[in-house]
Design a protein around this ligand. Structure first.
Ligand code: NAP
Length: 326
């Protein structure tokens, strides 16, 4: 502890103000049950400056993904000093755009072998969102797992398939054995196919409702929407009888059309939860080469404004990463 600095470079804001600034804050307290972690990389996510939980803190720090090295650990933790870890940390605490951060045992997993800090940081929030959508809320069986409904022969639609959550939804659905269709712009078509999508639709050219309506066999068991608005409204009408429409972007009920929905279609809105155990499963898929983190761009913490601009453009491929240390 004696070699630790007293302060940590941190990207902060004082909600409700969305204005960020790079400041120096005292190192966070590392007493049990928390681990003190040297942050190597974190990410920024579209819309996170408006999320409700960080807004309730007097000083909030963005970036809920964490890839780092454990510095101080509770004695009974499986993650001891020197261990390389990754995590989605709780939205109710300060995030990880700071040189030193904290995490709970249940949020952490050992970082996948053979990936960079930046690749590791690109994974947790997005991969857990896709994992929980498909394997918890849609009830499909996770790759190599018993329980749930077999994903084999199930049809899954992923909107914004080139985005943070989308790249994971395509890869995980494919790894679970589903037939996957993804939507993205023309420039991302080959990329999304390369992630394992059986078919890719250019959302600027193809009207989802018309495309699905043209052939009965095109309807989906699961639609996972990562866009919201009109795309989410259309997603409702793409689902088979008894299927499910899930969105991470907006509660589906707010965009439910008055007609065109099949019978017994249910909807799910959820907020992703930290889960070290699921991250452990995802680590195995990464190490087996079945899935990978996708880094859109990497920015030094000092260049956070440029990172935010990149994100606001709305056309990132995978995650915008902030780098804090080698
Ligand atoms: N509920 C939760 O727990 C949770 C968790 C994670 C994220 N979220 C939210 O979910 C949303 C998605 O997050 P994200 O990180 O995946 O987003 P993102 O990475 O910022 O999404 C960027 C992608 O969106 C694509 N895109 C834009 N408009 C599109 C459209 N009309 N149809 C298809 N693709 C379109 C772009 O593709 P092109 O470049 O090809 O146009 C780009 O690749 C955000 O609102 C985020 O806040 C919620």
């Amino acid at each position: 502890m004696s070699t630790l600095p007293t302060h940590s470079k941190s990207l902060t804001r004082h909600p409700p103000s969305p204005t960020l600034s790079l400041t120096s804050l005292p190192l966070p307290s590392a007493s049990p049950p928390y681990h003190l972690i040297r942050t190597h990389a974190t990410t920024l996510t579209s819309g996170e400056l408006t999320w409700p939980e960080p807004l309730s803190l007097p000083t909030s720090i963005p970036g809920f993904d964490l890839a780092g090295t454990v510095v101080v650990a509770p004695p009974d933790s499986p993650f001891q000093p020197g261990e390389k870890v990754y995590a989605l940390t709780s939205f109710s605490r300060q995030g990880n755009a700071r040189e030193y951060s904290v995490a709970l045992t249940e949020e952490l997993a050992t970082m996948p072998r053979g990936v960079t800090w930046e690749e590791a940081a690109s994974v947790p929030l997005s991969a857990l969102s896709a994992w929980q959508a498909l394997f918890v809320h849609a009830g499909l069986s996770a790759p190599g797992k018993e329980g749930g409904e077999s994903a084999g022969r199930k049809r899954v639609l992923v909107t914004a398939a080139a985005g943070g959550v989308g790249v994971w939804a395509v890869q995980l659905a494919r790894a679970a054995g589903a037939e996957v269709v993804g939507t993205c712009g023309a420039a991302n078509g080959e990329f999304v196919r390369g992630l394992g999508a059986d078919e890719v639709l250019d959302y600027k050219v193809t009207d989802l409702k018309e495309w699905v309506g043209a052939e009965e066999g095109r309807r989906f068991d699961v639609t996972l929407d990562c866009v919201g608005g009109k795309t989410l409204e259309d997603a409702w009408t793409c689902v088979k009888d008894g299927g499910v429409v899930i969105s991470v972007a907006q509660p589906p009920e707010t965009m439910k059309p008055t007609e065109g929905i099949r019978t017994d279609v249910r909807s799910v809105w959820f907020i992703v939860e930290s889960n070290g155990q699921q991250l452990g499963e995802i680590k195995r898929l990464v190490e087996d080469g079945k899935c990978k983190g996708v880094v859109d761009s990497v920015w030094e913490i000092e260049n956070w404004e440029k990172a935010l601009e990149r994100l606001k453009g709305g056309h990132t491929r995978g995650k915008v990463v902030l780098k804090l240390a080698e």
